[in-house]
Ligand binder design. Structure first.
Ligand code: B3K
Ligand code: ZN
Length: 840
């Protein structure tokens, strides 16, 4: 496998003006006839005519009407081409039916669909499959399918034309027996856009929410970024077999059905929120990704970091900014910090890769979004939107780099962003220490920064870190409004003057920088901030720090649950001014994986079994401490009337279900059973099922759940995953293994595979069960899956990325599992790259 370097970029030899494609659909012998107008690129350094192509059967190829005398390898085609504009034509044969990798043209439940990002178009026909080659596509689809869709505008009779030049990765085709949920949207300049969500017949009742989310996204992008939609038609299609959430193909977004189909009976509040965010994300790509795309795949964060940032702004505006920020930071720590602290750490803009699909990571996406957020904090809202406007006008229709993006902000602010750019090139999570000093009315905070080594990067330069700081007095009043401390040096002090008394600092408010803050703070101060901080994020963060400390002392000192923590929780529960969704987040305890990393950072080898027991003991103590309050909370949080997925109702359900889960530890499941039986929506039903399963009294409910939902594949995914998620300790691998024998288990469907094995990887104590059965089982199945679907197998191998944290026995067993995968015959380049990097 070939390693590709950012520094080796060269412009394409030929550019494309127009592409005409004819598809003669057939499950095992689809013919693709292409006619491509090429012209020499004046900026190219050589004239080699090379087209990518994989798993294609070439029937014929012509240049300007004559046999091209093409030379074909497993990876592409070369031919002698003129040093002037010319027409290349070819016919190839492909087999969508047997394409289980779900990349290129494939079939899902009898329906044709495509996934081309990053490099799937080369499995459809010969083409310069790189994002800096953009062409105008006209597509004709021939076949008996009732519905035939491609990008752009519908010319009728299966013919489509997309007027916007685009890279091949944004090409899409769908054909099948589909029905649509239609609507319209009038843009800010008064143009009417036809909207459709295309689904299989039985799913038509699950489209309304997604459509509403789409219209809200279109409006939001007009209002906040001034971006209008640019075609007469916008189509979304739901497919069951899909490697990720969704794909932003121009005018024809293709979605994993789990990321678009929603109904109160079958979707949880978390599902609704995720669907809304993904619909917004894919829609927002129309400007950040499609109109302006990436020069090469190293620039992936240019579109992904920015688009994640934009969708998080949207969710914050539509729902609660505080809750969204807390949720994002929980996810960032769980996935991105974990990645940054292990063998897979890489910069937001990687400098080399073997398989680009392995770099659609939390670092590129979520840390990439944090970098945009920091940029906005540093330069202020006004200049941020000015810079974006400049980017949109200057680069419309181009394939760009991070340098192009940053230059727009340098220009509008006059500020040198050289040091800021280190956020794109240096991997690893900065550790920021802070010390305080108080003298003569002046309060000084001295920050120190240090980023640990990561693979290929032993030393790091200091970055510019925007740390939002506010100060409180001991009555809990704000005595210094939030100020951004721009830490630029290894040691950097900031003074606050004119204070009457030594204040209590609230540092990194709103999580203004994605760092690990190393602060000597006692639990009394944490409890004080949890009660008083005016910054909602740091209020929550103080509670989280308290919980983490309590758990760590329970693990390392066999301490009993700290009364100060229990009292603080009780105060939060009783505070009627707080949003129920916020209370639910304060009550969530750090995950086992969080605690394992925190222990490891503190020089202690984590024992997942012990962490499991500590978590249970702590939750049990919380339940006891809250005994008298829980029934009242539970009763007050019942939402009457017809179901609504809005943030307020969802927040009440979330807080009510925290109460339910604690109550279940006291009442043996009576209340949970009652809720399970009377629930009229999935949030209530699934929360009750979870509480029962965790209490090990959920067997009947689980059977009933299966019987009720056996015809709904998305709900049955939940059923598979719940059993593994709530299996106790070593029962998790055994449960996962048994589920693979269930008639509804289908390894070729990524959602179903993830339901079982994603849940196993997420069950920390179960995955790390001391007999090694979790490791062995996952390795077995990743090897099996790799033969069919390398992308999903490679992605799920990250379950092993934390192996160096653990004791010698566990390390040995994980290494063995990794080595076994590495040695498996015919392993894909995708999985091979991942296990090799993890082992190093
Ligand atoms: N751009 C796609 C991801 C493609 C992943 C390819 N392995 C979805 C998104 O980020 O919107
Ligand atoms: Zn994206």
């Amino acid at each position: 496998p070939l390693e590709i370097f950012l520094s080796d970029y060269t412009p394409p030899a030929y550019l494309v003006d127009t592409v005409e494609l004819v598809f003669k659909l057939h499950p095992t012998a689809t013919r693709v006839i292409s006619k491509i107008a090429f012209r020499p690129n004046p900026e190219a350094m050589d004239r080699t005519f090379y087209l990518h192509g994989e798993q294609l059967k070439l029937i014929w190829a012509k240049i300007d009407g004559k046999d091209a005398q093409a030379k074909v390898t497993d990876l592409g085609l070369t031919a002698q081409a003129p040093d002037a504009p010319f027409i290349f034509e070819a016919e190839v044969e492909i087999s969508p039916q047997t394409n289980t990798a779900l990349e290129g043209l494939y079939m899902s439940n009898g329906m044709y669909c495509t996934q081309c990002e990053a490099e799937g178009f080369r499995k459809i026909t010969y083409y310069p499959d790189r994002p800096d080659v953009m062409g105008v596509f006209t597509v004709t689809i021939e076949g008996d399918e009732k519905v035939k869709l491609s990008n752009g505008n519908d010319l009728g009779g299966g013919k489509w034309h997309d007027p916007w030049p685009k890279p091949a990765y944004l090409f899409a085709l769908v054909a099948g027996d589909l029905v649509n949920h239609p609507d319209t949207f009038t843009t800010m300049s008064g143009k009417e856009v036809e909207l459709n969500i295309w689904v299989r017949k039985g799913d038509l009742n699950k489209c309304a929410f997604g459509m509403d989310a789409l219209k809200r996204s279109m409006k939001w992008d007009e209002e906040v970024y001034g971006r209008e939609y640019d075609l007469d038609l916008f189509n979304i299609v739901a497919v069951d077999d899909f490697n990720m959430g969704a794909m932003e193909n121009k005018g024809l977004n293709i979605f994993n059905s789990s990321a678009v189909l929603a109904s109160p009976e079958t979707s949880t509040d978390a599902n609704f929120e995720r669907i809304e965010a993904i619909i917004a994300h894919e829609y927002f790509h129309n400007w950040t990704g499609n109109r302006i795309t990436c020069r090469d795949w190293f620039q992936l964060c240019l579109k992904e970091g920015l688009t994640v940032y934009r969708d998080s702004q949207f969710t914050a505006d539509e729902r609660s900014p505080a809750v969204k920020r807390i949720e994002d930071v929980i996810a960032l720590r769980a996935r991105q910090f974990r990645e940054d602290n292990g063998p897979l750490a890489h910069p937001v803009r990687p400098e080399s890769f073997v398989e680009i699909n392995n770099f659609y990571t939390a670092t590129v996406y979520e840390k990439g979004a944090e970098v945009i957020g920091m940029l906005k904090t540093l330069i202020g809202d006004e200049d941020y939107y000015k810079g974006c406007d400049l980017y949109f006008t200057r680069h419309d229709g181009q394939a760009c780099t991070i340098e192009d993006w940053l230059a727009c902000f340098e220009e509008v602010t006059g500020r040198d962003l050289t040091q800021f750019k280190l956020w794109y090139s240096q991997a690893g999570t900065p550790r920021v220490g802070v010390k305080e000093a108080w003298k003569d009315g002046t309060y000084t905070l001295t920050f120190t920064q240090h980023t640990p080594p990561t693979p290929g990067q032993d030393t790091k330069d200091p970055k510019v870190i925007p740390i939002a700081v506010g100060l409180l007095n001991d009555a809990g009043e704000e005595v210094h409004a939030t100020r951004i401390c721009e830490v630029t040096d290894e040691v950097h002090a900031f003074r606050f003057t004119g204070l009457d008394a030594k204040p209590v600092p609230s540092i990194n408010r709103g999580f203004s920088a994605p760092i690990i803050l190393e602060q000597d703070q006692d639990n009394a101060t944490r409890a004080f901030l949890l009660a008083n901080d005016t910054d909602p994020f740091n209020k929550w963060e103080a509670g989280r720090a308290l919980a983490r400390d309590v758990m760590i002392r329970m693990v390392t000192e066999d301490a009993t649950p700290d009364q100060a923590y229990l009292d603080a929780l009780l105060a939060v529960a009783r505070d009627d001014t707080l949003d129920p969704a916020f209370k639910a987040l304060v009550f969530s305890t750090p995950s086992a994986d969080d605690i394992a990393q925190a222990l490891f950072d503190g020089g202690v080898t984590p024992d997942p079994t012990k962490i499991y027991h500590v978590t249970q003991t702590l939750r049990q103590s919380v339940a006891h401490a809250m005994q008298d309050t829980l029934p009242r909370i539970y009763a007050e949080m019942q939402v009457d009337g017809p179901f609504s997925p809005d943030a307020e109702a969802a927040g009440k359900r979330a807080w009510g279900n925290v109460a339910l889960s604690l109550l279940t530890r006291l009442d043996g499941g009576a209340q949970a059973r009652a809720q399970f039986e009377s629930a009229d929506n999935m949030t209530q039903q699934l929360s009750a099922l979870g509480a029962l399963l965790r209490a090990e009294v959920g067997e009947d409910a689980s059977k009933a759940f299966y019987e009720q939902w056996k015809d709904d594949r998305l709900v049955i995914d939940k059923w598979f995953s719940m059993q593994v998620t709530y299996a106790k300790l070593a029962a998790a691998p055994a449960t996962a293994k048994a589920l693979t024998n269930h008639p509804d288990f289908d390894m070729t469907n990524p959602n179903r595979f993830r339901a079982v094995f994603g849940a196993l990887a997420g069950n920390t104590a179960g995955f790390h069960s001391p007999d090694g059965s979790g490791y062995a089982l996952l390795a077995d199945w990743l090897i099996k899956l790799d033969a069919k679907n390398p992308q999903t197998a490679a992605r799920m191998s990250t379950a092993f990325e934390t192996w160096k944290r653990y004791d010698a026995d566990r390390q040995g067993m994980m290494r063995e599992a990794l080595e076994r995968m590495k040695a498996a015959p015919n392993l894909s380049g995708d999985l091979l790259e991942m296990v090799t990097r993890i082992l190093n």
